[in-house]
Design a protein around this ligand. Structure first.
Ligand code: BGC
Length: 826
């Protein structure tokens, strides 16, 4: 439903437009061209001559990182986008957005580089965790809530990545070949819904091409569809380093090229105008869009910001916990001895065995640009220890999903010390996590890129375990690594030839040596990095990490220990997880297996304890070959910084797990309908057309492990009545269980006979409803006209398909409770 601007909004818009025109009139060609290119990694230049302050952008989407990439500048970390979508609650997404606006203001950020609304075309997509759903309607609804929330707080959003950045392989060059119907009905649909319903102030153009044209240069999609047809009036910014052609980009509708200072805009753009290659009016239009954005967020003198009164302050920790529990999807909850295994009755429990590496070191968010650094992380072990009576909880690692090195965080106290060419100390900074990621001007006080020659990461490490610890580096250039006075490595890591500039830039993690250490006994550590001045990076940056790996113990022994702990417990809770090298930005997955020996671990624990509950800590689907042999399975996603507290709430029954699947979970990789994510000769054909996600499962007549929309709570529901009109479904449900609960009522439509090639059925609407035990509640769910429309490829327009449709209301796509027939007229 489109939001109608109020009179006040309209007046403000007029005042902003007038200020924008006045400012534009005062700018010369060079200043205008300069405004369209980044001045550094995250910002645009200020233009004091027109009263314009510098506009700062930041990632997104689970928090606001700010301009510094460091644990020293923490941010609230909400659950990942798949989790937010699993709440099926646009209002909750809106509250999340308001918190993010508050975070952005705290960090002097004006525009958030989020939400990510590409689709779950294939579960192999590396950034699957960062997108919402396989369904365009659900994606659009959650994205709309999110954008409204952020902008309620006066901070801009940048809906990304426009369009079809649905996988990562060769993302800078891949040409995604998509016919008009799937392009419109699937991939563009969430962008269209968000533009029309939430009026975002920004869009990010993707790296990839669509049908032969690079997205930053895509005049048809950017200028004709996005701006022309949908009325988008914000700015379009390139994904980082996506803009590659001065003329192609500006004429294709791209307003801003990021990052800077070297871009295809700025001087190059002014030159192109002077040479008569680009019309100045085209550049003026882009400047207008940027000035309008600046005016909206309050950076242009004389223009009223859109939001003058901020929404109420949000408690970030409480909201992160609420979203996490509302996102957890309980996919299985066996009844044993007459009652469901979950929730666990804490007053009756004698021993609970918690198992799994990620139960102690939780993976709370996905990798890549979505990374933020929370001030604290509540792991499942912390959450359950706080909630259970003392002496009830035992913990065993069980199986480590990863033998890779990670950031030097637990047990490390580190500082970065900067020296010049004479070895003189010119500055230093504390360095939690051992990751130096200084981009542009973000350097310790007193340090400049010109004077800086070496950075030493030094401090102490107090091991949590005795044994052989591994140490390593990530980054390009010369390193000397010393532990306890012994030089473990002294050498040079050359630049890789990866096609993704970010991968080449960050480098792969490398083990450099090992040291035998004793639990609790601190040792001195040091990693000296010589800053490479010949760095091929597009902007000055110092990027490297000090890595650590805990002693690797024999996997069978670890599993045996966990089995012993589980045998002795009333309930065993096993947390399994993916790792950073499985789900992150810049690459796709190759299978859906849990890494390491985690499947063996679950089987072994389940064999000795019938009350085994498995928590899956992943952003996207994984195979769970043991799922029918365990008592309960809870999908916990990347749950954000308060995940462990929310998990305790849900396991012990203080709260109900509220999530429903935003994407289908397959039994095995072999059943996955779309697995083609790697281009051939530069092209990736979306050959499946309209059939992704449940649309494909239905077409194949196949049954997944858990269907789209599935999720159990702690009460039961009866669907009592359904009344339908072409515009709405009215559904009455009754809570037939013994505790208050929240149901997500889902409405699907299924054409009865089809002239157009369409899926068997699709999601047309949904709503959350709460009721106490025995109570009934009624919801009216709007069915948008679009639910009955297809994109007519001949006419290039939407066209309603009249006829008879079955409207079904139920608990998931596979669990339909009531149906009614609807005759839809043209
Ligand atoms: C990602 C974007 C992100 C940008 C800035 C890119 O690599 O694709 O999503 O906003 O970097 O960090």
């Amino acid at each position: 439903m489109a939001v109608q601007p109020t009179t006040q909004d309209a007046q403000g818009e007029q005042a902003r437009n007038a200020a924008v025109e006045a400012a534009l009139g005062k700018l010369g060609l060079d200043a205008k061209a300069r405004l369209l290119g980044g001045q550094d990694m995250w910002s645009l230049p200020a233009l004091p001559e027109i009263g314009l302050k510098s506009l700062v952008m930041s990632d997104g989407p689970v928090g606001v990182r700010g301009v510094r990439w460091t644990a020293d500048d923490p941010s609230v970390a909400l659950p990942s986008p798949t989790a937010l979508a699993a709440t099926w609650d646009p209002e909750l997404a809106r509250r999340a957005g308001r918190l993010l606006a508050q975070e952005a203001r705290r960090k002097d950020v004006h525009v958030l580089l989020a939400p990510t609304v590409n689709l779950h075309r294939s579960p192999l997509g590396g950034r699957h965790f960062e997108c919402y759903s396989e369904d365009p309607f659900l994606t659009g609804e959650i994205g709309t809530g999110y954008v409204r929330g952020v902008q309620d707080g006066g901070v801009g959003t940048t809906v990304k990545h426009f369009v079809a950045n649905d996988a990562e392989t060769d993302r800078f060059t891949v040409d995604n070949i998509i016919t008009p119907r799937p392009l419109r009905e699937l991939y563009l649909a969430p962008f269209e819904a968000i533009v029309k319903n939430a009026h975002p102030w920004g869009i990010m153009a993707a790296y990839n091409q669509v049908n032969g044209v690079t997205m930053t240069e895509h005049r048809y999609l950017q200028n004709e569809v996005l701006r022309g047809e949908w009325g988008f009036d914000g700015y379009i910014v390139s994904d980082w380093m996506a803009a590659r052609s001065t003329r192609g980009d500006i004429e294709g509708g791209l307003d801003v090229a990021m990052p800077g200072p070297v871009t295809v805009y700025g001087e190059a753009l002014a030159g192109a105008v002077r040479a008569g290659e680009v019309d100045e009016a085209v550049l003026d239009e882009a400047v207008r869009n940027v000035l309008r954005l600046a005016a909206r967020v309050g950076l242009l003198e004389g223009a009223p910001a859109v939001v003058s009164e901020l929404p109420e302050t949000v408690d970030g920790h409480a909201l992160a916990r609420e979203v996490a529990r509302r996102a957890f999807v309980l996919v299985r909850n066996q009844v044993r001895d007459g009652r469901p295994v979950l929730p666990i009755d804490a007053s009756k429990i004698r021993k609970l065995a918690l198992v799994g590496a990620s139960a102690r070191d939780a993976r709370v968010l996905g990798g890549g640009s979505a990374t933020v650094f929370p001030e604290r992380v509540v792991a499942p072990l912390d959450g359950l220890a706080a909630a259970l009576p003392a002496g009830t909880l035992t913990y065993a690692v069980g199986a480590d999903p990863s033998d890779e090195l990670g950031p030097a965080d637990k047990g490390f106290e580190l500082r970065a010390v900067c020296r010049d060419a004479t070895g003189h100390v010119i500055g230093s900074r504390s360095l939690p996590g051992g990751q130096v990621q200084w981009i542009g001007n973000d350097l310790p006080d007193g340090v400049t890129h010109e004077t800086l020659r070496t950075v030493e990461v030094k401090g102490t490490f107090t091991p949590r375990e005795s044994g052989e610890h591994a140490f390593g580096t990530r980054g390009i250039g010369a390193f000397t690594l010393t532990v306890g006075g012994e030089v473990l490595y002294d050498g040079v890591q050359p630049m890789s030839d990866a096609s993704d500039p970010f991968e080449a830039f960050f480098g792969a993690p490398a083990e450099r040596g090992r040291a035998r250490l004793t639990e609790g006994e601190p040792v001195e550590v040091s990693l000296v990095h010589a800053v490479d001045k010949a760095d091929a990076a597009p902007l000055p940056a110092v990027m490297f990490s000090f890595l650590h790996g805990a002693p690797q113990r024999d996997a069978d022994e670890l599993i045996a220990e966990a089995v012993e702990a589980a045998r002795d417990a009333d309930t065993a809770v096993v947390v399994v997880a993916t790792t950073e090298s499985v789900e992150s930005e810049g690459f796709d997955r190759t299978d859906l297996r849990l890494p390491g020996r985690q499947d063996d671990l679950v089987r072994a624990v389940a064999a000795v304890n019938p009350n085994t509950v498995v928590i899956v800590n992943s952003g996207s689907p994984v195979e769970m070959p043991w799922r029918d042999d365990v008592a309960a399975v809870l999908l916990g996603w990347f749950p954000g910084q308060e995940g462990g507290a929310a998990l305790a709430d849900v396991l012990l029954g203080a709260e109900e797990p509220g999530g429903r699947l935003p994407t289908t979970w397959p039994v095995s990789f072999a059943d996955v309908p779309v697995t083609d994510v790697a281009p051939q000769d530069g092209e990736l054909h979306y050959a499946e057309g309209l059939f992704i996600g449940y649309r494909a499962w239905d077409k194949a007549g196949a049954t997944p492990a858990y269907a789209f929309g599935h999720g159990l709570g702690y009460t039961t529901w009866e669907y009592e009545s359904l009344e339908v009109t072409p515009a709405a479904a009215k559904v009455r449900v009754r809570n037939t269980g013994s505790r208050t609960g929240r149901e997500v009522v889902q409405v699907y439509v299924a054409p009865q006979s089809d002239s157009a090639e369409r899926p068997v059925r699709w999601l047309a609407g949904f709503a959350g409803v709460e009721a106490g035990p025995g109570e009934s509640a009624e919801v009216e769910i709007t069915i948008p006209r679009r639910a009955f429309e297809i994109w007519d490829e001949q006419d290039n327009s939407w066209s309603l398909v009249p006829g008879s449709y079955e409207v079904r209301a139920g608990r998931s796509i596979a669990d339909s409770r009531l149906g009614a027939t609807l005759d839809v007229q043209a």
